[in-house]
Design a protein around this ligand. Structure first.
Ligand code: AMP
Length: 117
């Protein structure tokens, strides 16, 4: 655990979150500032700053994270209409929290993949 990491503190139960799915190695909870009717963050319980370090350092955990995201999409009822799975990674992507997290977004048409520039 990284004591300075917001999502590690959620895993530790020090900061509340609305948990929707949990496995031995992953936690999924609702985004505090949802960008869609369904907006869930799926994280590994172990600290990895981003998806690149996760994939390189612990491929099994990366696979577990994808499986958890798929389970969340199913339990949130997103499989029929579709959904978006997103990993912001680094500065150009606007990553704000450096504990890898998959955004599961859905519940309505999501529009273009990127905002018009
Ligand atoms: P990113 O920009 O990909 O790093 O996304 C970080 C996400 O974390 C944003 O969508 C925030 O709204 C969300 N977030 C920040 N703090 C919390 C929190 N305490 N509980 C749930 N979601 C949070």
């Amino acid at each position: 655990m990284d004591n300075d990491c917001l999502f590690c503190r959620i895993v530790a139960g020090e900061i509340p979150a609305t948990v929707v799915h949990e496995t031995e190695t992953t936690l999924a909870f609702r985004d505090i500032d949802p960008k869609a009717p369904v907006h869930v963050l799926v994280i590994p319980k172990d600290h990895h700053p981003d998806v690149v370090t996760l994939a390189n350092d612990d491929p099994a955990a990366a696979a577990g994270l994808l499986a958890a995201a798929a389970a969340v999409a199913e339990t949130e009822g997103l499989l029929m209409d579709g959904f978006r799975l997103l990993f912001n990674t680094g500065g150009y992507a606007g990553q704000e929290v450096f504990h890898v997290h998959a955004h599961v977004l859905g519940g309505e048409p999501l529009g273009p993949m990127l905002a018009p520039r």
